[in-house]
Every structure is written in C-alpha cells, then in structure tokens.
Write a protein that binds this ligand. Structure first.
Ligand code: FES
Length: 357
C-alpha cells in the first residue's frame, strides 16, 4: 500500500480506504485460485450451503481460508448476478454455474460454464436481440437493424428534439424511484460542460440479473443508447459501469466499443455530423454518488442525499442500464411501451428473464 501511495502521491490512508471498500482487492495473500461461492437466497435454495461445506471438506479448510500450498482460497460471497444458474460460483473471474453441490471441487479443473441465456415473454422489446444478434459482431448487429436509431438521431434530429422525445415518452428510471428520464437528461443538458453520461450496469441484489442478461446478450444496443444520451445532453464521454464479477460483460462492452470506434460510430466527427463521443467500460462497486466520485479520483463515501448532477465539479449523470436501452427503442421504433423485464430464479419451473405486460 505504501508503494502504491508513493507512486500515486496520495496518503496511505487513501489507498487503504480503497482496498477496504472493494471486495475484490486484498491486503493479505490469497490463493492462486479464489473460489467464490454465492450464499444468497436463490443459490442457497439450490444447494449453495452443501457446495460450500463439501468444497471446504475436500480442501480441508474453512470458509475464508486458503489451502496451505497457497493454491485455493474459498470465499463465501453475496449475489454474483447468476441467480438463474444457481448455485453459482466464480473461480477468479470465470463463472461456474450451476455448481455441482455434491462435487464442487470438479470446477477447480473444469471448464467455465457457457449456458445460453434463458429469456422469454410476450413481446420482447428490450430482450429482442438477446439470443438473436451475435453480441460480439457489429456487422451482425447492424444487419439486423442496429445503429438505425443513432443514424436517425444524428442525421435528422437536433439534440433538443431527442431530449424532447424522451420527455414525451414518459420513460422513467428503472431503479425503483421512477424519476423521469427525460427530466434527468434535461437537468444534465443545462449543466455547464464538460458533461459525462454514466450507464449503471451495477446490480447486486439477489435475484436481479437483467443487466447481466443484456450486457452479455446485447452490448451494442446499450452503447448505442448511451451515445444517443450523450448527443441529447451534449456530452462527449460516456462510461459504462460493470461489476467486477461480470468479466464477460466488460469484455463484450470493450469489444463493442472497439468495433464502433473502428466503424466511425464513436470517436471524432461521427457520421460526418461534427458530433464527437467516446465510451469506455469500467468496474464499479458503489452507489450513484460513489460512481461519480470514482471518476474524479475521490474516495467513495455514501452520502445521505443523492445528487443527480454528479460529484462536485463532475457534471455527470447516471441512468440505469435498462433506461439507455429503452431510450434506444424510443428513437428507433417510436414505441412508448416500456415493458419491464421480470426475472425468475429459485423454485420457478422456468428461470430467466421475461418481458410481460
Ligand atoms: S448468484 Fe446467487 S443469489 Fe444471485
């Protein structure tokens, strides 16, 4: 910690504060393989306790300990966002879900799971690309209608008009407070620049995994929605926050951003309109204010009241992942019906993400 503090010219206390805050950073040695077993309700229902007990017995250690040879650390953790594949585990950043509760040690030398995303429902708007469009190929996304909304906005609409569409649609935040998305965008647009837009793909409550389904299955559309938001509020940078546990989502976003840049949909003078915008994905572990604080290198401390305008000099605003995706739908299809995504896990006969009325 002292060496890091010296290199960054910050007090050791600041470095300590960061290491204490992030669960995936350690100040003590851990095994070459960190075996994280989810202990939250949907996983517990599917045998997570037995998996933990059997794993520890096999390794002859207790939860939280490292084997004497330093190879494996076993950690009980909270929800990994893989509730539809319970019981879930991560070995380092690789997903093993569902874990075999009777023989969890098999995962130590096994191949990470790669199960198709389970989705369904009546009318798939937000989920319509999942399982249909190859999330790793921009060409596939574009050939199935992708980027039409961004072209429409940039070539035929002013930023104010895009903002107005979002307001008129009555789209609201998806986090529970139902704050009008258009109003939030308008507040951001009124702030002095430079402005930043943050897409919150950090969900960590047990049973909540829609962001994971969308980021694994439809990363291009979220980046397109984020770029639209940047255009509407006059921001030149967008950030996507991804949980440290979702390495695949991070890789998918990074790949999407790379391809969009190479094709001229991100960067300087997009589509010859003079609009410039850059997007990047990064790992979070904080509340709204904390996410903004991280971007300006401040220590993360939860505040009693949230500020939509961001952290001090940082004129950013944050929207849920789902809202960006739906803002895309708005411009692309003029559809004002924002069906929610419902998630099932635990004792349901069908588990996954579903669009319902
Ligand atoms: S992954 Fe275990 S409860 Fe979500």
């Amino acid at each position: 910690m002292e060496r890091v503090a010296t290199a960054l010219s910050v007090p050791v206390a600041d470095v300590y504060g960061v290491t204490e805050f992030y669960e995936m950073l350690y100040t003590h040695p851990v095994g070459g393989k960190v075996f994280r077993v989810c202990q939250d309700a949907p996983c517990a229902l599917a045998g997570a306790d037995a998996a933990m007990t059997n794993l520890c017995e096999w390794l002859r250690i207790r939860p939280g300990e490292t084997t004497p040879d330093g190879h494996v650390t076993v950690e009980p953790v909270r929800c990994l966002g893989l509730c539809d594949r319970a019981p879930a585990a991560l070995i380092n950043l690789d997903r093993y879900a569902p874990l075999d509760s009777a023989r969890p040690e098999i995962a130590l030398n096994g191949v990470p799971s790669e199960e198709p995303l389970a989705i369904g429902g009546l009318v798939k708007l937000a989920l319509s690309n999942v399982g249909v469009v190859d999330p790793t190929r921009l060409q596939d996304y574009a050939s199935q209608g992708g980027l039409a909304a961004l072209r429409q906005a940039l070539l035929n609409m002013t930023p104010g008009r895009v903002l107005e569409e979002v307001k008129v649609s009555k789209l609201v935040g998806r986090g529970g407070a139902a704050f009008p998305t258009g109003l939030k965008w308008e507040f951001a647009a009124r702030n002095p620049g430079p402005r930043y837009v943050i897409c919150n793909a950090d969900e960590s409550e047990p049973g909540a995994f829609k962001d994971r389904v969308l980021m694994d299955g439809d990363p291009f559309r979220v980046v397109e929605g984020l770029t639209l938001a940047c255009y509407a509020v006059g921001a030149e940078k967008g950030f996507i926050y991804v949980r440290g546990e979702h390495r695949q989502g991070y890789d998918r976003f990074s790949g999407a951003v790379r391809q969009l840049k190479a094709s001229g949909y991100l960067g300087e003078n997009i589509l010859g309109t003079g609009f410039k915008c850059d997007c990047a994905s990064s790992f979070p572990f904080a509340d709204d204010e904390g996410r903004s604080a991280q971007l300006v290198s401040r220590r993360v401390n939860p505040l009693i009241s949230q500020q939509q305008h961001g952290a001090g000099a940082f004129n950013g605003f944050l929207c849920s992942y789902d809202a960006f995706l739906k803002s895309f739908l708005l411009i692309d299809k003029s559809g004002y019906q924002f069906r929610r995504i419902y998630l099932t896990s635990g004792h349901f006969s069908e588990v996954g993400g579903f669009s319902l009325e």
